[in-house]
Every structure is written in structure tokens, then in C-alpha cells.
Design a protein around this ligand. Structure first.
Ligand code: BGC
Length: 787
């Protein structure tokens, strides 16, 4: 199997020969492709995907043809637009999902073919003299450069294409072509088309998008589309400009055929002059807009965009990203490749955020549909921290998405014969899509992950109103479900046990008392009790209203307390470690040298052979050491890490960052750095050989966590904010900013010293290496670097 055990073992040259992507040339602010290589095209489509959390566009070339088709997967997604298909279970059991929904691939509006003197400009032609694409992380655009030499006339043509999905105008995207002949004039022809038959690879059924209304014009078109089965609608409006102006005279529509609309433009371009062709596209969906207003909104927006012009969109985009980097950049000195990988991660993470309380971030963002656009615990546990500590309102919007799904979660709890609310493991709209129920529905820890994220948010922002109006309801309803999910088991000393679950380690299904699940549930139930008490005391009216509405009585809250106090926590005294679950230590020992790493071995083994192996898919107890880090001594953390790390094959991209964080805390600096690199390069170096299907969004967030929580040791335990920085030997220094309770801090770590500056906000007490430090404006803390 094509797996890599260690980052250091990767032979990049060898990868080049196996159609794996080449390492992008190192550049701190760009990701650069220097040659068209068909076998690597899908990788680049993901790496170059642009998104603003609402619109997602894979970085497919504008050129499409039968010859290129086997190498391309165009993707155009709108967050929240999905199709349904029925599941066929050979044997149906209660609570099984009956249908699946998956993000749809929508009409492809980026198809432009260029002809020079009647010859098609193609990446496959020998007349292409130069080809380069670059994702500019500072400007937030994808640029393509091509130099074409027309063999017959000897004229060269410079082509530049700039593509953006606007972060400032959530409904807008645009592509601009500039075409400049050099050494003579050229006859240039552009043919623009829209593909109305995109394939959604994750759905078998046809999800034909039918047009409710459309208008086709010489300079574009406007349509509302309805999705079969999900009864959703969206509108799209496309308009072109030639040299910045409407060009009815130049463009002509190739028929009134709405099924495959196409337009063409032909003109002579004099030497050293430039033809500019711009496509503006706008999208509105029923998720945020009333159905009868969709078309009108799309039209108004596209008219606004063409009036303001492409340069204005470009300026706004640049301003957005500059502001983002000022606030959220992690600067690494002395290692440009690590710097590039980290910025690449941050860019993709930030652009995936929808900034809309009715939408969240799927496991691949909007860069590919491997995970069908589904949202997992990835969002709360791996992505949310970055948003929370750099732009807290973005964390709130992710939590509001969960709030809006609360009724669906209640319904799911009933389907699973429970009370309260139970969130679906993988879903867009709240309906469970997991069919491998033993590793989806069984991951009950999601029910505590959402309250955990709520608590983190409230801690970091003091947003009591959020907890009062939304958070408390989620916390109570999920606590109710979890309290009902466990039982007091006489054989376990009458302890509260949670049986037949799956923890984060998806290779251990149907286990009893997964330690991570139990301890997080214990934390969750205690938090629910605390929130209940706080609400009653602080907001008695809202408390009365909510508890009435939920029929929540004191005795139920007391039962939560009791379950938390009596919960069973597996611990092995002889080994000094937490057992992952009741049976983990009794499983078949495995020679890890024979187990492929960094790949999901579920695809290679029958479950009955997998479940008896003592192999961990991803950080589980090790994750617990970080998540509830204030409950364990360093000794226990170290013992657990040393026991589980050698038994972990990192079959999930969520594993490396957590190992890096815990390794940093227990002083295993080489491990910390190696695992950081595994995480940071996961997508750029295509560790799992599946980047073609989308970025690993949790891993992107994990990379940020590995620096801030790992190397810098940031924690937010009850006593307040603390740091315990270390500096990887390969770096000269690093710096980043965080926001905590309205304070803006700059943490700067370099050889020999740590500096923490309060840039904005009232004085704050923090801890640096356990020592209390009072931070004041204009009086940075400077101390010695340890570790
Ligand atoms: C991981 C899960 C994760 C999911 C989506 C799986 O491979 O094991 O923890 O939620 O991928 O990223």
C-alpha cells in the first residue's frame, strides 16, 4: 500500500513518478503550479479551490474537452444545497437512516475556450510556451498565466486569468481574462458555455436541476433552478463584460438553448493591446433568501458587480485578506516551507467559513465532495478554536448553526428511543446520513463536543446572552440525551456506564465505556448542572421560560449530577494509563510494522478482523489528555501518550495535530515537530493520497492548534489564559495573535525569549510557564524561553 510512516521518509522525487503531486515550490505567500500534468490535475483543483463559505469553486481549468475529461472534476457548490437519495438497507433496523443527502455539484459556469487565429488554446498543445498557476494567499485570488505561440503567424499571445470568489460579497464570484498579442495582431475568439449537467459523484440518482424561470440575453443569463427531491431552489445570474463595457455587438448567443447555453465573441486584437473579458456570476439560495425573491436578488447583485467592475471586487478581496492576515497570521521565521504550509491551511480554513448562522463547514469545506458536504464533530473540535481565538463572532455563527438544528436533533433522539436532543454524526440539514452506524451514530461524544464548544466560546467571550438565549438549551437537551443513554451497572460497582459506543477511534466499535466519551460526558453533565444553576440565579425569567418549555425539573438536573459523579472512568493502575475502553487492553496485540499508516485501514480489513486488533485509528485517549488537560497530571499524560502513540496508525487526518500538541506538552519535542509537519503538509503533500477529493478541513484547524496550543502551549483552564511556549529547533521564531475576553494579544517566541504583548483591551492576568503575569498595554511581558 502507498502509505508513509514518517514525514522524513517521503521521497518527493519518487512521488513525482507515481503521479502524486509534486511539492509546491516554496513561497511564503503563494502556492504555485508550474506545469500542466494531467495525472495531478485533480490535486491542483482542490489546492486551487476558491470559496467564501457560501460559494465553492474547484480550481478546474476554464478549458474543458473530451480529452481532458478523464483528468478533471469540476466542482461548483453552494453551501446548503443538496440532493436526496434513498438508502437501501439489506436489513432495516429502527433508527437506521432511510435516505442520504449530499452536496450537489451545480451548473458549471466557468467554461471558456480561447481561440487564436482559429486555433484552440489548449494546455495539451505544444504551442503553449509557458503555463503557471498560483494561488495568491494575500490577495485571495487564483491566477493563471499562459504564453501561447501561434505557429502559423509567429505571434505570441499572453493570457492572464484571475479568478475570485468574493469574501466581501458573499453571493459573487468572477473571472477575468486578459489577452495580449505580442509581435503582431491576432484574431481572438472566446467561447463561453455553461454546463447544466454536472455530475455529483456521491449520488447515484440523477439530480437534475430543472429551471423554474430563466432569461437568456446577449450578455448573460439569469435562472432559478429547483433541485429534484430536496425541493430547494437557487438562482444564478451571469453577465459578461468586454473591455469593461457591455458588448452586445461583439458577443452573440449560440442559440436560445437554456440546456447548454453558450456565447461567442470574435475580434481582432492589435499588437500590444489587451482584450479583457470578464464573467461575473451571482448566486442566491433558499437557505438565506425567500424563494420568490431569488432571481431578483441575483439580478440586482450581478448588475451591481458589473457596475462596480472587476477591479473593485479585486480591491475588496485584497482588503479582506490583508485584514485577515493582520489579525490571524501565524508567522514562522527561519522555515519558509513550514510557513507556506501553515498559511495554506489558514487560507483554506478561513475561506470555508460561511459567516451565516444557518450554515456550517463540511469536512472538506467547499473544495470537494468526498464527505458529501457533511458537517462532523470536526467543526466544533478542530476548526472552531482558530475562529474563536481570532474572530470570536465566527465561532458563534458555527454554534448558531447547531442551535437551528436543535429540532432535528430532538427528532433524532426520538428515533433512537431517547429523550432530549441527539445531533447527527454526519449531515448538512440535521438528518443522519451515517450508514456505518457503529462508527457514526455510535459516536455519542459529538453530543458533548457541541456543549464543550459552547463552553469554550462563552469562556473566551463572556457572551452570557448567547448562553442564556441559545447555548443553555443545547446543553440541557444533549445532557438529557446522554443521561438517558447510560445506565448504572451493578457489575461495574454500580457506576454509570455508557455501553455500545464508538469513541474518536473508529476502529473500536460497539465498545463499552470509551474513556474519552465518558469523561467528556461527565464534564458535559456537570456543565449542564452549572449552567442550570447560573441561569436560575442570573436570569430567573428566562430560566423559568426555558425549563417550562423543556419540562425540565430539578430532579432531572440532580440525576445529571449523580450520573456525572458516578460515571465509570477506565483506569489501569498497573500501567498508570486510562484504558481506551473496557476491552482495549484485551485485544489482539499487533505488529505495527505491518499496519499501513496514514490511511484508513477499514478499507482493507473485514470489521471482525479490525475490531479485535489493538490498533488506534486516531487520537482518542491522547485527545482526552488535551481536551480535558486540567484533569490529568503530566505523568498520566506522558504514560498515556507513550502507550497509545505506538499503537496509533493515524488513519484519520485528525490525529497528527493532537499528537503534536500532547507531545509538546510532555516535552517530546521531536515528536511534536514531526506530527506538526504531518498535519501541516497533509494536503499540500497529499499524505493520504486523496486531496483530489477535497482538503481535510479539521486538519487545517488542527495545524493552527498544533502551533498555538502545541508549541505555544496556550490553554484556557479555569484560572485563565496560560502559555508554555517552546520553539521547534528548525525555526528561528514564530508569532501569532489571539483574542481572549476582548483582549488582543500578540505572542512572539524566539531563541531565548518569549514576549506577550497586550495590543488592545483592559489589563489581563495570564500565566506564562505557570507564573502569573499582569499584562498592561504598552508594557509587554518578556521572559526567558524554556524547553
Ligand atoms: C474521522 C472522523 C472525522 C471524519 C470526517 C473520519 O475519517 O475518523 O473523526 O470526523 O473522518 O473528517
Amino acid at each position: 500500500p502507498c502509505t508513509v510512516q514518517d514525514y522524513a521518509l517521503i521521497d518527493v522525487d519518487a512521488l513525482l513518478d507515481t503521479a502524486r503531486p509534486q511539492r509546491a515550490p516554496v513561497d511564503p505567500w503563494k502556492i504555485i503550479q508550474t506545469a500542466w500534468e494531467p495525472l495531478r490535475a485533480r490535486y491542483w483543483e482542490t489546492v486551487f479551490a476558491l470559496s467564501n463559505g457560501l460559494i465553492g469553486l474547484r480550481g478546474c481549468l476554464e478549458e474543458r474537452s473530451r480529452a481532458l475529461r478523464p483528468f478533471q472534476t469540476p466542482g461548483m457548490y453552494l453551501n446548503g444545497i443538496y440532493g436526496y437519495e434513498a438508502y437501501e438497507h439489506p436489513w432495516y433496523f429502527p433508527g437506521f437512516a432511510t435516505r442520504k443527502h449530499a452536496m450537489l455539484n451545480l451548473p458549471d459556469w466557468c467554461i471558456v475556450h480561447i481561440y487564436v487565429n482559429d486555433t484552440h488554446v489548449s494546455v495539451t498543445s505544444s504551442q503553449l510556451q509557458a503555463f503557471r498557476r498560483e494561488l495568491d494567499l494575500r490577495d485571495g485570488v487564483l491566477r493563471t498565466f499562459m504564453l501561447w505561440k501561434d505557429r502559423a503567424s509567429g505571434v505570441s499571445v499572453r493570457i492572464e486569468i484571475i479568478r475570485l470568489v468574493s469574501m466581501a460579497r458573499r453571493h459573487s464570484a468572477a473571472i477575468q481574462f486578459t489577452i495580449t498579442p505580442v509581435g503582431g495582431s491576432a484574431n481572438v475568439s472566446l467561447r463561453y458555455a455553461v454546463d447544466q449537467h454536472p455530475t455529483t459523484s456521491t449520488l447515484k440518482d440523477q439530480h437534475y436541476l430543472c429551471f423554474r424561470r430563466y432569461q437568456i440575453a446577449p450578455d448573460g443569463f439569469l435562472a432559478t433552478c429547483a433541485v429534484n427531491k430536496s425541493e430547494q431552489e437557487f438562482a444564478m445570474a451571469v453577465k459578461y463584460r468586454v473591455n469593461g463595457a457591455p458588448a452586445e455587438a461583439l458577443i452573440h448567443s449560440l442559440g436560445e438553448n437554456i440546456v447548454d447555453p453558450a456565447w461567442s465573441l470574435t475580434t481582432d486584437v492589435a499588437e500590444a493591446t489587451t482584450l479583457t473579458f470578464t464573467v461575473h456570476a451571482c448566486f442566491f439560495t433558499c437557505v438565506e433568501t425567500p424563494a420568490d425573491e431569488l432571481m431578483e436578488h441575483a439580478e440586482t447583485q450581478v448588475l451591481q458587480d458589473i457596475q462596480d467592475g472587476f477591479p473593485a471586487l479585486l480591491r475588496e478581496q485584497r482588503a479582506f485578506w490583508r485584514a485577515y492576515w493582520r489579525r490571524a497570521d501565524v508567522r514562522i521565521d527561519g522555515h519558509p516551507a513550514d510557513q507556506q504550509a501553515v498559511r495554506f491551511s489558514l487560507f483554506h480554513l478561513r475561506q470555508s467559513h460561511p459567516d451565516d448562522p444557518h450554515r456550517s463547514i463540511g469536512a472538506n469545506g467547499l473544495t470537494g465532495d468526498h464527505y458529501c458536504g457533511h458537517v462532523f464533530w470536526d467543526t466544533e473540535m478542530y476548526m472552531l478554536p482558530h475562529f474563536l481565538y481570532t474572530e470570536p463572532r465566527l465561532a458563534k455563527s458555527l454554534l448558531m448553526y447547531r442551535y437551528h438544528l436543535l429540532d432535528k436533533a430532538r427528532q433524532r433522539a426520538r428515533e433512537m428511543d431517547g429523550t432530549g436532543a441527539m445531533y447527527s454524526w454526519n449531515s448538512i440539514n440535521g438528518e443522519e446520513c451515517g450508514t456505518v452506524f457503529e462508527a457514526s451514530t455510535a459516536q455519542y461524544h459529538l453530543q458533548s463536543a457541541i456543549p464543550f464548544a459552547i463552553a469554550r466560546y462563552v469562556d473566551a467571550t463572556d457572551d452570557a446572552a448567547f448562553l442564556r438565549d441559545y447555548g443553555a438549551e443545547i446543553v440541557f437537551e444533549t445532557a438529557r440525551y446522554m443521561a438517558g443513554r447510560g445506565a448504572y451497572v451493578p457489575h461495574k460497582g454500580g457506576r454509570f456506564c455508557i455501553n455500545a459506543v464508538c469513541g474518536p477511534d473508529e476502529y473500536a466499535c460497539g465498545v463499552n465505556n470509551n474513556c474519552y466519551t465518558n469523561m467528556l460526558c461527565q464534564w458535559h453533565l456537570r456543565y449542564a448542572v452549572a449552567v442550570y444553576g447560573w441561569l436560575r440565579k442570573t436570569y430567573p425569567t428566562q430560566w423559568a421560560r426555558l425549563t417550562n418549555q423543556l419540562a425540565l425539573r430539578e430532579d432531572e438536573v440532580r440525576a445529571w449530577q449523580r450520573a456525572a459523579d458516578r460515571i465509570y472512568i477506565p483506569f489501569n493502575k498497573r500501567l498508570g494509563i486510562h484504558e481506551q475502553d473496557d476491552t482495549f487492553l484485551s485485544l489482539d496485540p499487533v505488529d505495527m510494522g505491518t499496519v499501513p499508516h496514514f490511511t484508513d485501514i477499514r478499507e482493507k480489513l473485514h470489521p471482525l478482523n479490525l475490531w479485535r486488533m489493538q490498533v488506534v485509528k486516531q487520537a482518542d485517549v491522547v485527545l482526552l489528555m488535551f481536551v480535558l488537560g486540567d484533569q490529568f497530571s503530566k505523568r498520566v499524560k506522558r504514560a498515556n501518550y507513550e502507550f497509545y502513540e505506538p499503537r496509533t496508525c493515524h488513519g484519520s487526518s485528525l490525529s497528527a495535530s493532537i499528537h503534536s500538541i500532547v507531545a509538546a506538552e510532555i516535552g517530546k519535542h521531536d515528536d511534536a515537530y514531526t506530527y506538526f509537519r504531518h498535519s501541516a503538509y497533509m494536503d499540500l503533500n497529499d499524505f493520504k493520497n486523496n486531496v483530489a477529493e477535497g482538503v481535510h478541513s479539521a486538519c487545517l484547524g488542527g495545524t493552527w492548534m498544533a502551533i498555538v496550543h502545541g508549541f505555544a502551549g496556550m490553554r484556557t483552564y479555569a484560572r485563565g489564559l496560560s502559555f508554555a511556549p517552546t520553539l521547534p529547533a528548525a525555526w528561528e521564531g514564530y508569532r501569532f495573535r489571539v483574542v481572549y475576553r476582548g483582549r488582543h494579544l500578540l505572542v512572539d517566541v524566539r531563541e531565548g525569549r518569549v514576549r506577550v504583548t497586550l495590543e488592545r483591551g483592559a489589563p489581563l492576568r495570564v500565566f506564562v510557564y505557570e507564573k502569573p503575569v499582569q499584562l498592561q498595554r504598552r508594557a509587554p511581558y518578556v521572559g526567558e524561553l524554556r524547553g
